[in-house]
Write a protein that binds this ligand. Structure first.
Ligand code: Z5A
Length: 223
């Protein structure tokens, strides 16, 4: 995170603290991020594990409004503003203080998800999304992004099984058609190619994905 706001500058901070996981539905972010957190904690890192939308009580309330299968038919710009509102709270109240305290922050989704879902998926110009981020959230960008890349046909099937077995009412995005999810996947790959990222084939068995994530992150941390 080389270009954080000036008010973030602190002796404890490095440019290897803010790691974000991205990917389509059912890519395996939740379990991969937990596995990485355990490895980093065992190696002595002070780790904060968080996610979007969510990360704060108000973010969780917005998450429910955004993701419920029977959520209101949000206008795409209203959806963007709700996601941005949740992110502002999350960054100001949770992420920035943790980074200043020297923690390693592992975040499940961040701005690339907005560029992929609201930009490529919903059709909002990415410049508007980037501008909102710069003006309202700040200059915060991930130091490293782990993109778990998955064919949406495989990912959506996994996600449907998880939502069903956990009885989760968060299926609004899963209900969108395959073309939407294919656009989201392409956008994630394009963003990863243009930013500090590693792309991991998430169609492999779970232990292989976890090993690939851990190996790549430990190599990056010590490079
Ligand atoms: N959203 C947005 O539009 N704009 C934004 O800016 C942000 C978000 C931040 C919720 O995200 C939604 O928010 C998201 C976009 C929107 N779309 N949806 N829905 P989320 O990350 O909270 O939800 P998700 O992506 O749907 O979560 P998910 O399906 O749980 O995905 P995951 O965390 O990547 O996967 P998982 O829970 O670890 O695994 C899912 C299931 O697959 C589970 O049963 C696993 O055991 C299984 N799995 C995972 N990996 C494997 C492998 N390798 N083999 C076999 N089975 C596996």
């Amino acid at each position: 995170m080389k270009d954080r706001s000036k008010d973030l500058l602190s002796v404890e901070m490095t440019d290897k603290q803010f790691i974000v996981f991205e990917g389509g539905e059912g890519a395996g972010k939740t379990s991969a991020i937990a596995a990485l957190a355990a490895t980093l904690k065992a190696a002595g890192h002070d780790v904060l594990l968080t996610r979007e939308p969510g990360g704060t009580p108000e973010g969780l309330a917005l998450r429910a409004l955004l993701l419920a299968a029977d959520a209101p038919p949000w206008d795409k710009h209203a959806e963007l503003l709700l996601i941005t509102a949740a992110r502002i709270q999350h960054v100001k109240r949770i992420i920035e203080p943790a980074l200043r305290a020297g923690k390693t922050v592992l975040c499940d989704r961040f701005i690339a998800s907005t560029l992929a879902y609201q930009g490529a998926g919903r059709g909002i110009p990415t410049e508007l999304i980037r501008d909102l981020h710069r003006r309202l959230v700040g200059n915060i960008q991930p130091d490293l992004t782990i993109l778990l890349d998955i064919d949406p046909i495989i990912g959506l099937a996994r996600s449907a099984r998880r939502l069903h077995s956990a009885r989760l009412d968060e299926g609004r995005f899963e209900a969108l058609d395959l073309a939407f999810h294919a656009q989201v996947r392409s956008a994630f790959l394009a963003i990863a190619a243009a930013t500090p990222s590693v792309v991991i084939d998430a169609s492999r068995p779970l232990p292989d994905v976890h090993t690939a994530v851990t190996t790549q992150v430990l190599a990056w941390l010590t490079a």
